[in-house]
Design a protein around this ligand. Structure first.
Ligand SMILES: *Cc1c(COP(=O)(O)O)cnc(C)c1O
Length: 465
């Protein structure tokens, strides 16, 4: 028997598709090594010229040795991608995918698992729906709830706002009310993706100023009094602001939505997972009343990029808005299927079954492990907050709701924070970024990886003295 190598010929059009054990071994060896790391290196920034030279001529008409190409990736590219999954990554919003989720993501790739429709991918849809149901139960959403996984919180917020808009338009049309312009109510702390989504869907915003970063009942009353609300169709609250980890008063937002007949959307892209912490659960009171909810598995649900869960109270409304009509798609829509097609619930069609990595990991690890990992992040934030309060050079800006800590270093300007960040990265001690709070540049630390230790935090704070 000739092996797969010897039958490969330079003219065989299927030569890229024949099994190649050597290639499998090569790549799996790399993956195995990476997954065996106790702590992924933070790595750093890229030098364009150096990378350009390394890549020069790599893609040509002729094949290249896979070991050579992988070697170039390892040597010149891999280290210029910051490891958001390092337990020393405290900037932006880190990532911390579980081993099980990373490995199953490889299964999703190796088996080309798509999750467009029930007809094409019933098993994948079942698994993803089980993960979505788990999240909906945690939020206390009704049995009617359902949704899909999209690429990220931005895509989730956009898809939800389209449904909010078109559902409102249908009602307004029936009542002879104007269809343009439409508006939503948001707080001054809403994520930038909300503004982008509003631009795309051509809706305006009534921005509610917050006294202290949290949209409270009082902020809502003050922010809405005297405003013309006749064109408002939705209110958006944030469960864990990206900048400060603050949870809006969700029941207050739900009350306002209910009273006015508005859509209630909660952006929990980062902070939704905080519900898993029993001590924090009460702060999410009202989240069960959402019309739509976004939570990113690739953030605090410990799944790989790129994955956001988008849940609707009534997925029929989303189906009515997002279903794509094309003759060649009739077959997936006409069969009498009780399950929704994931493709019909957001702005997408072809989609990777990107919820399955989360599904596998939830099943393999169990929810208690998720709870403990989320609690660890919140506790590390508490630890950092206490250290900051006991340091006379530092000032805590806000008691952390969740796992984001904002602080001020006396006498520092943006330049000092930049240097703090660069020095820590140069020493591979940590990746940190500053932010702005009420117009001032301040320090910010986000804890998400359960492998982060108090010693790592001490090392970061020591650089502030
Ligand atoms: C991260 C984040 C988003 C955007 O999510 P992506 O997955 O980056 O698209 C939206 N809202 C909040 C609150 C976030 O933290």
């Amino acid at each position: 028997m000739p092996n797969a190598h010897t039958v490969k010929s330079h003219s065989d059009p299927a030569r890229m598709h024949t099994p190649d054990q050597a290639l499998v071994d090569l790549v799996l060896a790399y993956v195995t090594e990476r997954l065996a790391l106790e702590e992924t290196p933070i790595d750093g920034f890229g030098d364009r010229v150096e990378m350009q030279e390394a890549l020069e001529g790599l893609i040509s008409n002729e094949p290249k040795d896979p070991a050579e190409v992988l070697g170039i990736y390892e040597k010149y590219l891999s280290e210029t991608v910051l490891s958001a999954d390092s337990p020393r990554f405290f900037g932006f919003i880190p990532a911390a995918p579980t081993k099980a989720s990373l490995l199953f993501d490889m299964v999703v790739s190796a088996a080309s698992l798509q999750g467009c429709s029930w007809l094409e991918a019933a098993g994948a849809v079942m698994a993803e729906n089980q993960a979505l149901r788990t999240m909906a139960d945690i939020a206390g959403m009704p049995q009617s709830a359902g949704g899909t996984f999209v690429s990220g919180g931005s895509a989730g917020n956009l898809s939800a706002l389209v449904v909010a808009r078109d559902t409102a338009r249908a009602q307004r049309k029936a009542h002879g009310q104007p269809l343009y312009p439409l508006q939503v109510v948001v707080s001054d702390q809403a994520h930038s993706s909300i503004q982008n989504a509003l631009n795309i869907v051509d809706m305006g915003a009534i921005v509610v100023p917050t006294a202290d970063g949290r949209m409270t009942r009082n902020d809502l009353e003050l922010g809405l009094v005297g405003q013309d609300l006749s064109n408002v169709v939705a209110i958006i609250a944030t469960a864990g602001t990206t900048n400060a980890g603050i949870i809006d008063q969700l029941d207050a937002a739900a009350d306002v939505a209910e009273k006015n007949g508005w859509w209630f959307h909660v952006d929990g892209a980062y902070g939704g997972a905080g519900m898993l912490d029993p001590e924090k659960r009460a702060m999410y009171q009202g989240i069960e009343r959402v019309d739509s909810l976004v939570m990113d598995p690739h953030k605090w649900w410990f799944a790989p990029f790129d994955s956001a869960a988008l849940l609707y109270r009534d997925p029929h409304l989303a189906k009515g808005v997002h279903t794509q009509d094309a003759s060649y798609l009739d077959v997936i829509h006409t069969s009498d299927l009780t399950e929704f097609n994931p493709s019909d619930l957001a702005y997408h069609l072809t989609r990777r079954a990107r919820g399955m990595a989360l599904w596998f990991s939830l099943a393999v690890n169990g929810l208690d492990a998720y709870r403990d990992a989320v609690v660890a992040g919140n506790q590390m934030a508490r630890y950092a907050a206490e250290q900051i309060k006991s340091n006379p050079n530092l000032e805590l800006i806000h008691e952390p709701d969740l796992s984001v800590v904002l602080f001020r270093r006396q006498g520092w300007t943006a330049k000092n924070y930049d240097k703090w960040s660069t020095d820590l990265l140069d020493q591979q001690v940590a990746f940190v970024t500053s932010t702005s709070w009420r117009g001032e540049t301040v320090g910010r630390l986000v804890f998400l990886h359960p492998g982060t230790t108090s010693t790592m935090v001490d090392e970061v704070l020591a650089e502030l003295n």
